[in-house]
Design a protein around this ligand. Structure first.
Ligand code: NI
Length: 253
């Protein structure tokens, strides 16, 4: 059985886990998971992420306001996020970023919250967990400007963009989406990304890997993603996992 797995991006606060959250989390250690980073998407879910981290010793958290949630966020939420960042189990500002797939919230509002949180992360010397959906150009421009430590989660850019991100010191997060039938770009990235820059993640409850696509995801399904990526790279899955766990520790701990 595969072990020593870190899930660098999960949302166990999501209502999809309301009926069995504690059972799912309690079962993860037995599935080879040594650590989960639960990511906030607004103030409330960042507080819930802190609560999960206080409840489970292997759960850590990130606090931040997601681009899709910044339309409802208040200026003062950022001060409260800043307070959460001081918690001993908070390891990153996230998830934050840009989402140009949807027209709302307006791009200027997304930019405002993203830039404020990039500055906050740099002030606190913490890494960022970045959501970039169909906004690669604008995201990379801000990466060049702020030069944060961090990860581009569920990376969906080109191999060229990946190499630029790596040259800026960033990590590349890959999850179940890389196993999807139409994932040609992500497959190319998974083959090319330097071994010391790859992180594994779920984004659960979303993005369950094949053959569970469309079902509720959990960290226990990371072995499917790891086996798939390891196959692309011609290494064994445990070797890939051990390397990505070392990478996650270097970035977050
Ligand atoms: Ni996410």
């Amino acid at each position: 059985m595969l072990s020593n797995i870190i899930d660098t991006h999960a949302h166990y606060n999501d209502r999809a886990f309301d009926s069995d959250r504690n059972d799912v989390l309690a079962s993860l250690r037995g599935a080879g998971i040594v650590c989960v980073i639960n990511c906030g998407t607004d103030l409330a879910s960042s507080v819930q992420s802190r609560e999960l981290a206080e409840q489970f010793d292997f759960v850590y958290f990130a606090a931040g306001i997601h681009p899709e949630d910044c339309g409802n966020a208040q200026e003062e939420d950022l001060a409260k996020i800043q307070t959460l960042l001081r918690h001993e189990k908070c390891v990153a500002v996230g998830e934050i970023g840009l989402d140009h797939y949807w027209p709302e919230p307006p791009h200027d509002v997304q930019n405002l919250f993203f830039e404020r949180q990039l500055a906050l992360a740099n002030d606190c010397k913490m890494p960022v967990i970045i959501h970039d959906r169909e906004a690669h150009g604008d995201t990379m421009a801000l990466m060049r400007r702020y030069r944060p430590a961090g990860v581009l989660h569920c990376f969906s850019g080109s191999v060229e963009t990946m190499f630029e991100a790596v040259s800026l010191g960033l990590y590349i997060g890959l999850g179940g989406a890389v196993t999807f039938k139409n994932a040609k770009k992500a497959v190319d990235v998974a083959k090319a990304v330097p071994a010391d820059r790859l992180l594994l993640e779920t984004d659960c409850p979303y993005m369950a890997p094949t053959p569970f696509r469309g079902k509720r995801n959990s960290s226990a399904l990371i072995p499917y993603t790891a086996e798939f990526i390891a196959g692309l790279r011609g290494v064994d899955a445990q070797t890939l996992i051990d390397q990505t766990t070392e990478n996650a520790k270097r970035l977050f701990f």
